[in-house]
Design a protein. Sequence first.
Length: 216
Amino acid sequence: MKRTKVSSEESLEGKIFIQFVALIYISFIHQIMSNNNPYKNYSMAYFGINRIKTKGDDILLKIYFGSHPEEIYNTDLYFKNSYKDEWILDDFVKRMIKEVDNSEVIAANVIKNDVLGYFPPIFLSGGVKTLILMYFQPKMIFNISNCGDNCIPFLFEIAKKREESVKNNKDITVCLHHCMDFQDGMKVKVINDNKRKIVTDPMEFLLLANEYLRRD
């Protein structure tokens, strides 16, 4: 698994804790399965995923665990070389910058933060830059492990905006290199192994993340 990018030490500690708790659950399930020998016919994920479907085009966010051949992994560098001034002046982008980075857009090339002072957009957090790229280039596949958990609501909001504006090929596809802390109410489609698995429960999501990320 590639290293996880975070914007603060607190975020890193939180993600490590989540991975630790997930490992406890997964180890327990593995022990039960080993003792009862169901591995012949089923994968570990099968037993935790009782609400996964294989059909349906109403999913807003497609997630691929691990490295994808079309993935843009380094979103910081990509943003630096591709962003446009008008992106920063968009009202939705201003709101993301305010809520995620606690910063204010003063002008296209000027961001204000109470601690950092004034700086250009290339010094926004990796999470905000990834969200902006997703918003303006929804057909690209970006690495959302560059996003902290405070970006999660915007991931789904961007996907919803995409759905409302495009009737066909509406779903946004992203890559994930760790198990992001999605909460109850999530609804995503995991697309590894050319499958389309609809996931609505955080525990189900943890099991799939463990299964696919171990291969990466």
